[in-house]
Design a binder for this molecule. Structure first.
Ligand code: HPA
Length: 278
């Protein structure tokens, strides 16, 4: 595989950045990535500018129908945010570099913090469909990493520290907000696999055994690239299906989306509450 040079990749980011800077004078402090079925938080944003992914040079375009595919610039809880409505998954065929690309461009624009959400399968038997979970750590089993290839020292170090990918002070704040609003929120470990197949029973057993509470097909690439650049990260998962190997039911995507819709208000409340206090 022919890898892009640091310079080529920098030029691409620069072209995307220049285009965004021409389209909006909004300079968000926070980047919010909305997961499958979790796009409604976008409705709470006082949107000032919207830019379609398809119009931004070198931006990947989302292929999953439930994702809208645009950047929304505006105010949420009085803070300057940009939301990615629609995200990119490894199983769609994007490279890790492509998935990291928007995060890198938005950081170059102005954002210093990433708030990331996802739909996932709960393997911890204390978790129920429709619950939310604060991500305290992750396990990368995608079999790939967005930082593979020549390192751009302008972005971050060759060997980024991963001892605290999810900023502890933000976790504490999110827990305070959940408590104050009487929202039940678990705290656990998110494990990422490439998908698009759901897991076998044997795989769920294995993943649970190695310390994961939930499993999904996203988030980790974006978080790794954010941590590489020194961004703070807050991650929240929505449990859309119960992955208990001894009582496993076939996955029903309609049910997954319904559960995401059900849990979304809780997640939104936590994110908005955190933003309010920042
Ligand atoms: N596995 C992987 N990804 C998922 C799941 C799951 O069970 N549910 C929602 N996303």
């Amino acid at each position: 595989m022919q890898r892009e040079t640091v310079k080529e990749f920098r030029n691409k980011r620069h072209e995307a950045l220049s285009y965004i800077q021409e389209q909006t004078d909004h300079r968000p402090d926070y980047l919010i990535i909305l997961g499958t079925g979790l796009g409604h938080l976008a409705d709470k944003i006082e949107v000032k500018d919207a830019i379609s992914y398809a119009d931004i040079p070198h931006f990947p375009v989302s292929t999953v129908e439930s994702h809208a595919g645009q950047l929304l610039f505006g105010k949420l809880s009085g803070k300057n945010v940009v939301a990615m409505q629609g995200r990119f998954h490894y199983y769609e065929g994007y490279s890790m570099q492509q998935i990291a690309f928007p995060v890198r461009v938005i950081k170059a624009l102005s954002a210093e913090m990433l708030i990331v959400s996802n739909a996932c399968g709960g393997m911890n038997t204390n978790y129920q469909r429709g619950d939310i979970m604060l991500i305290k750590d992750h396990i990368n089993m995608l079999g790939d990493n967005p930082l593979i290839g020549p390192n751009d020292e302008e972005l971050g170090p060759r060997f980024p520290d991963m001892s605290e990918p999810y900023t502890e002070s933000l976790q504490n704040l999110a827990e305070e907000v959940a408590l104050k609003n009487e929202i039940k929120m678990h705290k656990g470990v998110y494990l990422a696999l490439s998908g698009p197949t759901m897991e076998t029973k044997a795989e769920y057993r294995f993943l649970r055994m190695i310390g994961a509470d939930v499993v999904g097909m996203s988030t980790v690439p974006e978080v790794i690239s954010a941590v590489h650049m020194g961004m703070d990260v807050l991650g929240i998962s929505v449990i859309t299906d119960e992955c208990f190997p001894d009582a496993l039911e076939p996955i029903d995507i309609e049910k997954v989306l319904k559960a995401a819709g059900m849990a979304e208000p809780k997640m939104s409340k936590v994110i908005m509450g955190v933003l309010e206090q920042l």
